[in-house]
Design a binder for this molecule. Sequence first.
Ligand code: MTE
Length: 304
Amino acid sequence: MRNLLWSQVTPKEMFLNRRSVIAGAAALGAGFAGAPALAKIAAKQSAFSTSAKPNSLEDITNYNNFYEFGWDKSDPRKHAGKLSVDPWSIEIGGMVDRPGSYPLDDILKPVTLEERIYRFRCVEAWAMVIPWIGFELRALLDRVGVQPSAKYVAFETLYRPEEMPGQRAGGIDWPYREGLRLDEAMNPLTILATGLYGEEMPKQNGAPIRLVVPWKYGFKSIKSIVKITLTDKEPATTWKSLQPREYGFYANVNPEVDHPRWSQATERKIGAGLFAPREPTLKFNGYEEQVAALYSGMDLAKNY
Ligand code: MTE
């Protein structure tokens, strides 16, 4: 979103809607010669992208965590198809100048020209590289006007048990909730993603819009967001509420700090084959240069 202000009006002849940008990216992926301007825009890769080879679409859409659709890694692919994502809007409130219910098309309108590919590594106990299409969260926050008293951003996923079988079962106090400190939310690595591999977001990956915070464990990257609230108190988050000894608010990828029940020093690469050796996990998932300063002076073993 470099230097693009939300207040700037996109010239009409340049205006592209979300679907055509995505179509442009898909066309590029297929080596299609049409719509060169579109393709160029859509193909713009973030300077923060890794050069690592992305996982296959097959891996990315068949091995998921989305507990609203069940506990198994294959449940989201089986059950997320029932979720209806159109129309969609996000309720933005709390300490902002312009609270309201923002329709998704309205949220995306000013960002389409800058929508770009972020090839980010995603780490839990396993790792994948996913070519997201997204835009910086800070652009949206700037647009709604964050008030000086705000210190945190809280996010919530859709609650719709009729379409989300996991929500009809117990286990989690729905809806799924996540949060970031405001400076983390404003970091240019923090994106709202609306697609991957040049296509609209698959439902099992968090359609139509989800967070991606590449230097944190995957559970921070909340899917299918319907609510964003600016607050001055650290918000309650799903995994910290469930298991506070095991999951903290920060959840920064850190090979030096073990999960109480397992080491977090190495990761298994999805798609590398059953016998591939585990690989060392990088601090902040390799984004130390961009984000370490956010935590200077903090004890990361305590603030896990
Ligand atoms: N968001 C919601 N709403 N519900 C979830 O269960 N799972 C999280 C995160 N976002 C989850 C969620 C976890 S544990 C991970 S590892 C990532 O989504 C997985 O994202 P992916 O399936 O796109 O790889």
